[in-house]
Structures are given as structure tokens and as C-alpha cells.
Design a protein around this ligand. Structure first.
Ligand code: GLC
Length: 464
């Protein structure tokens, strides 16, 4: 098939075409516009899907749609959520929303996971919302918008959900399976990296947005500061994997008791999978997918690692290491379409047990090792932040004309991403905006500040 040349103006026109209105004003973008497939819930605006499009609108100075989106989702945070016996907790932000018509009147209906396949709660939504509110304020300079009482209350409700006391000692956030971009069963329950990176970014955003001139605000700020420090320490110290660390784990003693032991989480050396000892490059490394008692998930999860770099959750050295690892393992991770959501895929009995034999998450497909073009924007942004823009260009060159020829699929399948996803929708909005945002960032690196956080020396880590 003859390849078509990509024209950013056409891509932007497609993004605009995905916009829907509420009360006559642009309010969000639908997840996909595939004329050939049943809409299912792809006619809704997902918070996580909207982020890349929203950043594009902000960069282009079209701030109204982002403002409306923030206002509507905030209002939905308090809406009636119950369905059947599934009742989301107060403060949860919806996964998605859409306009419905009741008695001839327009209304917004949020889905908090109580309608979703598998009834999965969107833990990431609140953090993405905080990230976007911060980007909006950075772009417009309108701090008074975030300082309005309803917004302050919304921020605090999200904080209530994640900072309140729990039956837990870890500083990371304990979440159920499928509560983020991977919204199906994939063995990602517990303390998955993607949520920890978003949690850190969400807390850092809230810290910039909360008013500190009252007692209530200051007590939240105190709680945020202390959690940021312990979370950062925990991730840098215990999630980091490289050849040196693998060697340490390989020689770990187990069943150690007490405060000052090396193997704090009782990880058994035999749990190191063979693939990782072969795959780990001599230079570079990455943050593990998950950590719990007796459990270290060695899989490489792209979004969690890229967001750790963007949020400065990983140290400068670790962030450099993550970029090096992507460069060293380019053919596995980027292959023919940037970038695989997770590496490697789980197969055979492991696939049966971890996914519950989910045919959509078959090895090297969809969430189980498929390639997602939406991840181009955090990839390009992380390369940019770590001073390696040429790698971002390489990724963009790979994707560009192929995406337009294939009509912007949701995801790709196969070990190196050469096949269009088996059940992928075409004209998937975040595929269009993920690529376009990457391209815009490459051309205007100053936009990086909307989505990136510098290392903050004021955050105090735990004592070593
Ligand atoms: C799928 C993806 C989810 C995305 C949604 C809409 O459910 O797993 O991450 O938000 O589609 O595109």
C-alpha cells in the first residue's frame, strides 16, 4: 500500500472533529470516531484520553474547552454515582462522561466504573485532573480559577481519598486491578508503578494549586509534603532495577526479620524471571512494575516509567538510566510503532492465571504487550526532558505516515508492533492527539513545562 504523507493540520482537523458540545460550548472529545464499528463507550470523553488533546488546545491558546472540561468533571465528582450495588467512593473523578438527553434537556452523565466493563474504578482520573488543572493555570496564569472554593474543595476531596489512613504501611497507593490505562485484569493490582507516578504528579500539582492562607489548606499541604518525601524515597530505593540491583536480589537472603534487613519485602531470588537476566542491559535500568510483600513485578511498564521521568519521581541518574534502557532495547520496546505498553507479554499458564484467559489481552496484543501510539507524547517529552530530542524524532519518524495510512488505530499488535490491533478502533482520538502533541513538543520544546516537573529540593526524603 502506498504510504500517505502526514500533515499536522489534517491531524488537528481530526482532533477538532472529535469535539462535542454541552450547552452550546465545546466540552470534551469523544474517545473514537470509527464509522465502521459500534460506538460502545467510545462515544464518551475519557479523562485519561482527553489529556493529550487538552494539552494541544492549551498550547494553541484554545483554553475554553479545557476550562469547560475542568468545570464539568468537577461538578460530576459530586454527582449521584450509585448503580446496582456498585458505589464509588466520594471524591472519585469519573473515568468518562457524555451528554445525554432527559425530557428533551441536555445532561452530563459520568461513569465512575459503575457502568464499565469489569466495574473497574478509575483511580488515575483524579490525578490526571489535577495534572490538567495545573497545566491550565500554568498556561493561562489564572490561579484565581483554581482558588475558587469549589475547586479547592474538589482538590481536597481527591486528597481525602488517597491520603487518609488505611490498613497499610507502604507510602505507595494500594489499588485494585485495572484502575488506570490498563483497565482489565492484567495482574496489576497492588502498588502499580503507573498509579504511583500519577499519585506523585497529582500531589505535586495539588501542592501548587492549594491555597495556603488558611489553616485547613496548610494541614493538607503538610500531609502532601510528608507523603511526597516518603513516596519518592520508596520508589527510588525499592522499585529501581538495573544489573547491579538484580545481582543484589539474586543473592538476597530471605525470611529476614527486623528493621535493618536488606530484603525488606521478602523477595525470593527464584522469582527473578529468566527473561530479565537476559534482557537487562549493562547500562541503564528502569522502575519495576509493582512491589508488594514477597512480590516484585519485573515487567517494564512504559507509561509509569515515562511519567516518573516527567514528574522527577525518579532521580536524575535513574531518569537517565530509563532513557538509556529504551535506547538499548529500542527494537523490543519501540520496534515498528512507539511504544509497547508493557514488556514482555505474559504467555501460556501465566496468561491464563493473570488475565483470567482474556482473549483481548492475548500475548503481544492490546494491554499485554501491544503498542500504543498515544504513548508517543510522554515518550517524546521524556526524551526532551533528559536532553535526547533526537530519539524523540526517531520515534515520530517511525509513527507518522504509518498512522495516517492505517487511519489512526487505537493500538498495534505483535512483538514489534507491525500489525494493526485486532480489535482496534480507527480514528482513535488519543492516537491522533498523542502523535500530534509529540510533534508539537519536538518543534516547541518550551511547551514541555506544561507537563513536566523539576526536581524539588524542598521535598524531604526519608532518612537512609
Ligand atoms: C480502553 C483503554 C482505556 C481507554 C479507553 C478509551 O478501555 O483500556 O485506557 O481510556 O479504552 O479509549
Amino acid at each position: 500500500m502506498k504510504r500517505k504523507e502526514i500533515n499536522p493540520a489534517d491531524a488537528y482537523a481530526l482532533l477538532e472533529n472529535a469535539i462535542f458540545c454541552y450547552q452550546g460550548e465545546p466540552a470534551g472529545t469523544v474517545a473514537a470516531h470509527d464509522p465502521a464499528l459500534d460506538a460502545l463507550n467510545y462515544d464518551q470523553c475519557f479523562i485519561r484520553d482527553f489529556i493529550s488533546g487538552a494539552l494541544i488546545f492549551l498550547i494553541k491558546g484554545k483554553t475554553e474547552i479545557v476550562k469547560n472540561f475542568l468545570i464539568h468533571t468537577l461538578a460530576l465528582q459530586k454527582s449521584e454515582k450509585r448503580m446496582d450495588c456498585f458505589e464509588p467512593g466520594a471524591g472519585l473523578m469519573p473515568a468518562s462522561y457524555k451528554v445525554i438527553y432527559e425530557d428533551g434537556k441536555e445532561e452530563l452523565l459520568g461513569d465512575f466504573g459503575n457502568h464499565a466493563i469489569g466495574r473497574v474504578p478509575p483511580v488515575d482520573s483524579g490525578f490526571w485532573w489535577l495534572f490538567l488543572l495545573r497545566a491550565y493555570v500554568k498556561k493561562t496564569g489564572d490561579m484565581a480559577f483554581a482558588h475558587q472554593p469549589e475547586f479547592q474543595e474538589g482538590i481536597k476531596l481527591i486528597l481525602e481519598l488517597c491520603l487518609r489512613s488505611r490498613f497499610e504501611m507502604f507510602p505507595t497507593l494500594l489499588v485494585p486491578d485495572g484502575s488506570f490505562m490498563i483497565d482489565r485484569r492484567m495482574g496489576v493490582y497492588g502498588h502499580p508503578l503507573e498509579i504511583q507516578s500519577l499519585f506523585y504528579i497529582g500531589l505535586r500539582s495539588a501542592r501548587e494549586l492549594l491555597r495556603s492562607d488558611n489553616e485547613d489548606g496548610s494541614s493538607y499541604l503538610q500531609a502532601i509534603n510528608s507523603r511526597l518525601g516518603s513516596l519518592r524515597y520508596h520508589i527510588r530505593e525499592y522499585y529501581w532495577l538495573d544489573l547491579k540491583r538484580l545481582n543484589e536480589i539474586h543473592r538476597f537472603e530471605s525470611e529476614q526479620f527486623g528493621e535493618n534487613v536488606a530484603n525488606k519485602f521478602n523477595i525470593y531470588p527464584r522469582s527473578i524471571p529468566h527473561w530479565v537476566t537476559l534482557w537487562m542491559p549493562d547500562r541503564g535500568g528502569y522502575l519495576a512494575g509493582n512491589l508488594g510483600p514477597g512480590r516484585l513485578d519485573f515487567r517494564f511498564f512504559s507509561l509509569g516509567n515515562l511519567l516518573a521521568v516527567l514528574g522527577s519521581l525518579s532521580s536524575e541518574e535513574e531518569s537517565q538510566g530509563i532513557i538509556q534502557l529504551i535506547e538499548e532495547r529500542w527494537s523490543d520496546l519501540v520496534g515498528r510503532m512507539p511504544i509497547q505498553i508493557v514488556f514482555p507479554a505474559v504467555e501460556n499458564l501465566e496468561w491464563e492465571i493473570l488475565t483470567g484467559s482474556d482473549p483481548k489481552n492475548y500475548p503481544w496484543s492490546y494491554h499485554n504487550g501491544g503498542s500504543w501510539p498515544v504513548l508517543i507524547w510522554p515518550l517524546v517529552a521524556a526524551f526532551q526532558k533528559m536532553g535526547r530530542p533526537e530519539l524523540g524524532q526517531k520515534a515520530l519518524d517511525l509513527a507518522g505516515d504509518r498512522l495516517i495510512t492505517d487511519e489512526w488505530p487505537e493500538y498495534y499488535d505483535g512483538k514489534n508492533g507491525r500489525l494493526i490491533g485486532k480489535e482496534a478502533r480507527r480514528y482513535q482520538t488519543w492516537t491522533i492527539s498523542g502523535y500530534l502533541l509529540g510533534k508539537m513538543l519536538q518543534e516547541n520544546p518550551e511547551s514541555l513545562s506544561l507537563m513536566s516537573f523539576d526536581e524539588d529540593p524542598e521535598i524531604q526524603g526519608c532518612p537512609v
